[in-house]
Ligand binder design. Structure first.
Ligand SMILES: NC(=O)c1ccc[n+]([C@@H]2O[C@H](COP(=O)([O-])OP(=O)(O)OC[C@H]3O[C@@H](n4cnc5c(N)ncnc54)[C@H](OP(=O)(O)O)[C@@H]3O)[C@@H](O)[C@H]2O)c1
Length: 232
């Protein structure tokens, strides 16, 4: 993968941080969108191989500038990894739609927007790759958070649309669907023993694997579970 270029959102912490480390270890160069005003974490402090640019998933006006700056810095874009995401309570009885709107914007609309911006670059190489870090919550419903599930089911719909519409252009698009992963996002979770949760490095290995496949091996969905469910 030496010299291939990947855009990664959500690379500061958790799963996205593990993805950045794994892709760098495999020779990828990165452009990572980071929220303005945040301190650069040590794993992203490598200007020779990692381009950083302000990006706020909740602020659409920052998106085009990031993708343009990444293309200018590296001369091309081979892959986009949509990993930035949020969770928040948005249950059936919640009348206030603020959390629902934030989930929709960050988890569903922003991946679509970044894909739209990256597509011309991804098409140019004839083997572009898109990985959307979705969730098992985008494949089945297991809890009361309808807002999170809706946003991740939408991300699955986006994945399938891009996979079908862009196949002839050599683009392969995959939804990686973990259950509980041991990150800040699950810090509040007591239903699962922390040491039994999937590790961020495990998800990163799956992302790197999918990105390593040739055009002749399209992976649409890759569920990753920490426990045994009926069919997942
Ligand atoms: N953890 C799980 O159990 C689990 C399971 C299935 C799927 N997922 C999905 O995996 C992805 C990563 O989750 P995680 O567990 O690694 O979460 P995390 O540890 O909470 O990290 C979230 C990442 O997303 C970034 N982010 C959030 N809002 C953003 C915004 N408005 N603009 C730019 N960046 C933003 C964060 O940046 P800052 O550092 O700036 O906040 C951080 O890098 C998410 O899409 C999540 O839905 C997680």
């Amino acid at each position: 993968m030496d010299g291939r270029i990947a855009l990664v959102s959500g690379g500061t912490r958790g799963i996205g941080a593990a993805i950045c480390k794994r892709l760098r270890a495999e020779g990828w160069k990165l452009s990572v969108g980071v929220r303005p005003g945040r301190e650069t974490p040590p794993h992203l402090d490598d200007p020779e191989h990692i381009h950083l640019h302000p990006f706020d998933a909740a602020d659409r006006t920052t998106h085009a500038a990031w993708v343009a700056a990444a293309a200018a810095r590296w001369g091309r874009i081979d892959a986009l990894v949509n990993c930035a995401g949020i969770v928040g309570p948005a249950n059936l009885d919640d009348a206030d739609e603020a959390t629902l709107d934030a989930l929709w914007a960050v988890n569903a609309k922003t991946p679509l927007h970044l894909i739209q911006l990256a597509l011309p670059h991804l098409r140019a190489g004839g083997a572009g790759r898109i990985v959307n870090v979705a969730s098992l919550s985008g494949l089945r419903v297991k809890n009361a958070n309808v807002g999170y599930a809706m946003s991740k089911f939408a991300l699955l719909a986006l994945t399938h649309t891009v996979r079908q519409q862009e196949f002839a252009n050599g683009i392969r698009c995959t939804a990686i669907c973990p259950g509980f992963v041991d990150t800040d996002m699950t810090a509040h979770v007591t239903a699962a023993p922390r040491d039994e949760m999937t590790r961020p490095d495990d998800v990163a290995a799956a992302v790197a694997f999918v990105l390593s496949l040739p055009n002749t091996a399209s992976v649409s969905v890759l569920p990753i579970n920490w426990r045994a469910e009926d069919s997942l």
